[in-house]
Design a binder for this molecule. Sequence first.
Ligand SMILES: [Zn+2]
Length: 310
Amino acid sequence: MRIGIDLGGTKIEGIAIADDGGERLRRRIAAPRDDYAKTLGALTGLVHAIEQELGVQATVGVGIPGTMSPATGLVKNSNSTWLIGRPLAEDLPRLLNRPVRFANDANCFALSEATDGAAAGAAVVFGVIVGTGTGGGLVIDGRVVTGANAIAGEWGHNPLPAARGIESPGPACYCGRHGCIETFLSGPGLARDYAESGGAGGGAIVTAQEVAARAAAGEALAGAALARYEDRMARALASVINILDPDAIVLGGGLSKIDRLYESVPRLWRPHVFSDRVTTRLVRAMHGDASGVRGAAWLWEAHDDQRRTR
Ligand SMILES: [Zn+2]
């Protein structure tokens, strides 16, 4: 049995997945915000509650916002700021009395979709979450690639390729740079672009979902904003294809629900990819919001279980 935990900023979700891949149980609790000690207590309590209910001991994998610094072993790059600089990778295994695997939540998303989701069976999978921000994760041959700096897949803070006009230097990003891919491809990025083009006239805040709905209903300004979004996503993903040459790119997050992306973006990325043919598939996440917690469970693979019990 595998337990996966998705440690979010507002909620902590736990799942139990049996060896056949079937989901046995799912639990969700509120995340104790701004309190590391209570977060540890919530995590251990959730694991123990799941094990008690199922009557088994399980492996534990945890998806976290941010990553473990390879240099210090401490949490870094987390928007749950109360985790930054904390020895979570030391404290949780001690409290649970077993090894625990950790990965960035976007990496867990990619692992879930590569294991038994939209990219099942694909050798090289790039997972992209387009929502509040723009996350990315890389899985090769069923394993998460973490990288020397533990930032593999963090494409959102690269500059938008082939930027032109108002794209350069582009909007300021919270990371301190300008024109990051995230400032264009996140939900707030699409909403801002629509507003700046004269959409949403009265100044009311229009969400990315609303922009997509208006485009589908035939509103010209929304359609133009979505067309710019597609072209930018195509350029951004073409540079990923040139480096990783993935078999599949999986989209998750709120903006992955926009149907036309799956037809338009692969058509638009062709001229930017250094190949006469592009067979990379762009697919929608199969497990939706559950991919993070499922991928955390899959951080322990079948052959790991065998090694552990020998
Ligand atoms: Zn940035």
